[in-house]
Design a protein around this ligand. Structure first.
Ligand code: GAR
Length: 188
């Protein structure tokens, strides 16, 4: 059995979807959820599904030491970022080479980089007049949104889309693909 940690900062719809997907797996389980936001919705979702969730300060994530300790305690093999809005410390990257993946709500390398997260991304996509957007699942490296891409899927952007309507379409793609791609990466 391989154990996964999910890092999330927001509502946690992806985290919930991933926990549910693996809940009957013989091979993989979500052992813990870590967050840099104490009041984030992801904690309620994890609790409902009986997965422990813990908050750490921004400083703790930046230093990485306390995070490494907890990952060791829970014997974590692989880390999934699902709407995680803090930087991953270098020591964490070194301890989990090619074992940390992220999902980005646009077609990287477009609309990536610092400040490009959540609704900011959808607003920028609409403002630029793009006719398609999508999701990118990629390995994490020391630069924001620049690690090797594992998978992308596209969806249309309609002329009358709002950031909210585009966000919903993107979430549907994320929920469809992220668990499957995680499983594939863990299995290959
Ligand atoms: C997701 O759309 C994810 O792609 C995005 O945050 C959202 C979290 O939604 N991540 C980023 O923007 C990272 N740069 P959720 O809390 O409902 O899972």
């Amino acid at each position: 059995m391989k154990s996964l940690a999910i890092f999330a900062s927001g509502s946690g719809t992806n985290a919930e979807n991933i926990i549910r997907y693996f809940s009957n797996s013989e091979f993989f389980k979500v052992a813990i959820v870590l967050s840099n936001k104490q009041g984030a919705g992801v904690h309620e979702r994890a609790k409902k599904l009986n997965v422990p969730s813990i908050s750490f300060s921004k400083e703790a994530f930046e230093s990485g030491e306390a995070i490494l300790d907890i990952l060791k305690t829970y014997q974590i093999d692989f880390i999934v970022l699902a709407g995680f809005m803090s930087k991953i410390a270098d020591n964490l990257l070194a301890a989990y080479p090619h074992k940390i993946i992220n999902i980005h709500p646009a077609l990287l390398p477009k609309f990536g980089g610092k400040g490009m997260y959540g609704m900011h991304v959808h607003r920028a996509v609409i403002a630029s007049g793009e006719t398609k957007s999508g999701i990118s699942i990629h390995y994490i490296d020391e630069h924001y949104d620049e690690g090797p891409i594992i998978f992308q899927a596209e969806c249309p952007v309609f002329a009358d889309d709002t950031p909210e309507s585009l966000c919903e379409r993107i979430h549907q793609l994320e929920h469809k693909w992220y668990p499957e791609i995680i499983e594939k990466v863990l299995t290959d």
